[in-house]
Design a protein around this ligand. Structure first.
Ligand code: CP
Ligand code: NVA
Length: 330
């Protein structure tokens, strides 16, 4: 039977089968080709989408906006402070109002339960634009970027270095398991993904013929990797006080040329962005003044090298988000 995602929300990849993810990746490639060839694709004219952001964003917000405009939709952006949600109006009431005004809702914020509540009460497709637990639209872009580069997914070795229990790492582990990519979390053990999620990922991996590995050992974790991936060491919503502890825990898990020396000779570097790889940010400056670090989760050398696919990855956010909106709204 063909894949039909009409009316579905996109809250986490655990809800999607390998075949459905495959369908979204193929659709993303079609949209990318159309965009590059200048072929108009206003397939959703007359539909409206609201973007609710309780945390800041560059890529996710702009990708949803451009995708919506390219599809011919009306788009409303609500920033972290300009809606009543959670302050004067409950999530349940907000969901029921927005579901009457809009055809779909994007939400970026804190708990996974909240985005689930929006979906349960609004009656329209809801897209998770990042919660503390998962960042599923990022994963579609990441896996598309890997497939474009290597021409395949199955059997590749993917290593995530850093805070391996954050939203990005959790989602990467699931998407790798679903797509038959071997996933390694290379991190201090108390920053490994939660045990129940690892168990779930291992179960999926056993069905797709891939492997989930957790290791504290950098040599073991990076040897033979086709992709070395990292994310910032302190995520949005975490208090500033955790920086010192996190730096001490994670500095040996920096993606640098020593890590690449263990990896496959064709290995690439990926990062969801934003990244602290130089001193051109206020937080980067602040960390330098307090702790003397000029670069954090990745060296500037690797970030700026030809191995780095981070801007291809960022562009793919828009094509993949467009595929999700179209597939669920058409
Ligand atoms: N990768 C990502 O989600 O970036 P933004 O925080 O800029 O949306
Ligand atoms: N883990 C990061 C991802 C940002 C796209 C955060 O939640 O801040």
């Amino acid at each position: 039977m063909g894949v039909n995602l009409r009316g579905r929300s996109f809250l986490k990849l655990l809800d999607y089968t390998t075949e459905e993810i495959r369908y979204l990746l193929d659709l993303s490639k079609n949209f990318k080709d159309m965009k590059r060839a200048g072929v108009p694709h206003k397939y959703l004219e007359g539909k409206n989408m609201v973007l609710l952001f309780e945390k800041t964003s560059t890529r996710t917000r702009c990708s949803f906006e451009v995708a919506g405009y390219d599809l011919g939709m009306g788009v409303t952006y609500l920033d972290p402070g300009s809606s009543q949600m959670g302050k004067k109006e409950s999530i349940e009431d907000t969901a029921r109002v927005l579901g009457r005004l809009y055809d779909c809702i994007e939400y970026r914020g804190f708990s996974q339960e909240l985005v689930q509540t929006l979906a349960d009460y609004s009656g329209v497709p809801v897209y998770n634009g990042l919660t503390d637990m998962f960042h599923p639209t990022q994963m579609l872009a990441d896996i598309l970027t890997i497939e474009e580069h290597f021409g395949r997914l199955k059997g590749l070795n993917f290593t995530y270095m850093g805070d391996a229990r954050n939203n990005v790492a959790n989602s990467l582990m699931i998407v790798c398991a679903k797509m038959g990519v071997n996933f390694t979390a290379c991190a201090p053990s108390h920053l490994f993904p939660a045990e129940d999620l690892v168990e779930e990922a291992k179960k999926i991996a056993s069905e797709t013929g891939s492997k989930i590995t957790l290791t504290e050992d950098v040599k073991e974790g990076t040897t033979g990797a086709h992709v070395l991936y990292t994310d910032i060491w302190v995520s949005m919503g975490e208090p500033d006080e955790v920086w010192e502890e996190r730096i001490n825990l994670l500095k040996k898990y920096q993606v640098n040329k020593e890590a690449f020396a263990n990896a496959d000779e064709h290995a690439i570097f990926m990062h969801c962005l934003p990244s602290f790889h130089d001193l051109h940010t206020t937080i980067g400056q602040d960390i330098y003044e307090k702790f003397g670090l000029k670069e954090m989760e990745v060296t500037n050398e690797i970030f700026e090298s030809s191995r780095s696919k981070v801007f291809e990855e960022a562009e793919n956010r828009m094509h993949t988000i467009k595929a999700v909106i179209y597939a669920t709204m058409k």
